[in-house]
Write a protein that binds this ligand. Structure first.
Ligand code: ADP
Length: 281
């Protein structure tokens, strides 16, 4: 650690060895040369150790700065990529309206899907670094769940999934940034749907402890595989996954002093729990 090394050096400098004249050194050396040699040897060893520590600390600092610079560059790049992707998406849509042969339609759908996927990855990366930007306002968790379900309507009916979700609005309200809570619930609900490709039940439940609100997203899919590093960036078991959804969701949770964790259900499937601190009256 650089600060520890610096304080050790300061300590050494604050206690300089007694200053002797050349003659005094010679006499002392003649009288007690082996003791002096030992002392000198020890001093050299200490100095060697300090130099090594300093070199390591310096190398560490350079490595950290390099990583930070790469991160900054990645962010700038990600931001720049969103515009051409949006333009490409617009152009693809226009192309489809010109001619709609079945083959063309198939290529069109692939292109749209892939461009949207790239945009999702980039947005995910950007939100990692700005998890607390935006305006806080009163938000209704049930309204967010409904918005997410509306967007995922196609996937839900396609996979034959039964919904068990609360419908009463205004009962489960908290303060936060809508887009971030939306992102957490979107990631959890999308994962639950993807865990049940052959159908099942998606349940969203909201419960309370004395100090927290628990938003639970449950599925009846295959459950979490042993050894899964769910919240690690880039961890995925899906062929077209990118492994950022849960990582980003947990970063957002942390920005709100909330917790995000998961467990397997006794009856099969998994439950993801987003636990938010209750508002102080
Ligand atoms: P992705 O969905 O792109 O794989 P995520 O970060 O959202 O990225 O999820 C990481 C991994 O966590 C998934 O690939 C999957 O293995 C596991 N996972 C997430 N949600 C569930 C769930 N509801 N049931 C079982 N496994 C899940």
């Amino acid at each position: 650690e650089p600060t520890k090394v610096l304080s050790e050096i300061e300590l050494c400098l604050s206690k300089p060895p007694p200053v002797l004249s050349l003659d005094e050194w010679k006499t002392a050396a003649a009288e007690n040369s082996s003791e002096l040699a030992d002392l000198l040897q020890k001093r050299i060893e200490t100095l060697d150790g300090t130099v090594t520590q300093l070199r390591q600390a310096q190398a560490g600092l350079i490595a950290t700065e390099r990583i930070a610079a790469t991160g900054r560059m990645g962010l700038a790049l990600a931001h720049e990529l969103l515009n051409p992707l949006a333009a490409a998406l617009g152009a693809i849509e226009l192309l489809n309206s010109v001619s709609t042969t079945p083959k063309r339609k198939q290529y069109h759908d692939i292109a749209v899907h892939e461009v949207q996927r790239a945009s999702r990855i980039i947005n995910g990366l950007l939100s990692i670094h700005a998890p607390s930007s935006g305006e806080r306002s009163t938000i209704d968790i049930v309204a967010i769940v409904q918005d997410v379900l509306l967007l995922l309507d196609k996937q839900i009916s396609h996979a034959n999934i039964v919904l068990e979700v609360p419908t009463e609005l205004n009962d489960h309200v908290t303060v936060g940034i809508y887009a971030l809570f939306y992102q957490v619930l979107f990631n959890l609900i999308l994962n639950a749907i993807e865990a049940m490709p052959c159908g099942g039940t998606l349940t969203v439940a909201i419960n309370y402890t004395t100090t927290t609100m628990l938003v639970q997203v449950m599925d009846t899919g295959g459950g979490i595989k042993a050894g899964s590093q769910l919240f690690e960036p880039l961890f995925t078991t899906k062929s077209d996954g990118h492994g950022l959804g849960l990582y980003v969701a947990r970063l957002i949770a942390e920005a709100y002093d909330a917790h995000l964790y998961a467990e397997n259900n006794a009856s099969g499937g998994a439950t993801f729990i987003f636990e938010l601190p209750l508002l102080q009256p």
